[in-house]
Design a protein around this ligand. Sequence first.
Ligand code: PLP
Length: 393
Amino acid sequence: MNAKMTSLGKSPSKIREIFEYSRGRKQLLGEENVFDFSLGNPSIPAPASVNNAIEELIAERDSVSLHGYTSAQGDLGVRKAIADSIEKRFGTPASSDDIYMTCGAAASLTITLKALCESGDEVMVLSPYFPEYSVFIENAGAVKKTVPTLPPDFTLDFAALESAISEKTVALLINFPNNPTGATLSAAEAEKLGELLRAKSYELHRPIYLICDEPYRELSYGEPSPFMPNYYANTIIDYSFSKSLSVPGERIGYIFVPSSVQDGRDIYAAVCGAGRSMGYVCAPSLMQYAVKECVYDTSDISAYDKNRTLFYSELVKMGYTVTKPNGAFYLFVKSPSGDGNEFCERAKKYEILMVPSDSFGIEGYARIAYCVKYEMIEKSLPAFAALMEEYKK
Ligand code: PLP
């Protein structure tokens, strides 16, 4: 038995742990009396095109081929449709040979890291970060190097980033729009990041790869996040349809290795090899064919925007410190006591469930996932107000 895997299996993520706790409370008190903001599970339906595509595929396609294996890297026509959409939307050259279909962002990341890293290599991540990065990086035999961003807006700290780059740095992993802060990347930051990575790659005589984890790309409430291959050649995109099409349980996404990436053909081969070594071949075929018909579609995110506006303004009125998120569906609230765990524990008294920030690699905050019903946010507001009153005493 592998001791590391056993311990991983026995210690579920903090988010899952709270989610399980919420199930118990809901059974006891009724679903509507628990304010569960723990999980980033989309609450708006998939666009009609998703179900239509599935229905048409089932009605019209030969069942054997529909449910059969595709190529290991994904169906050629699906990869071509995705590559075409990348070219059209971002103006970035893309071909079917640059795309590897995956079971969502988690698989995209696991494969990319495995493809890029040798044992002991360093991968930089910006804190706060998605907690599973630690698991994915360790699985690739690499070492996570955390670089904090700058509160209150959680913008890039270029000086910290520069000094964190070492002889062992293989990649920087970023995620915009961000989970847990909702921060997006500006075009100016993208420019500067490209310059820094180019200069450092030049010094090291080899590329530092930029891995963009993009499940929230389509969930931007202002300017869309810059598409990093247009700013830095050695960028690899790890995409997922989970949030953009509200299909997280269907497990579908892709890796894009642009032709601009140095040694790109070898990197793509390493992606295929990593997928093969971990059994991540032939992503679910029905969903591959379905997303082919929906590459330009997104769920109607106006409901998230409405939630964001109400929640943010009401919490600020009550005295909470929170930066207005520009993307994704999370609010990152500062603990009034300075202790994120204490804040989340105390909130449980009011049946408010949030995730403490230490699992995201930063102390003193709580994450609220606002991809919930508007009415639940409205109903939870008196509880948040009562919670704040306790801190004012
Ligand atoms: N990366 C980030 C930042 C996420 O928030 C998530 C899921 O919430 C993932 C990756 C995993 O996404 P998927 O469900 O597509 O594997």
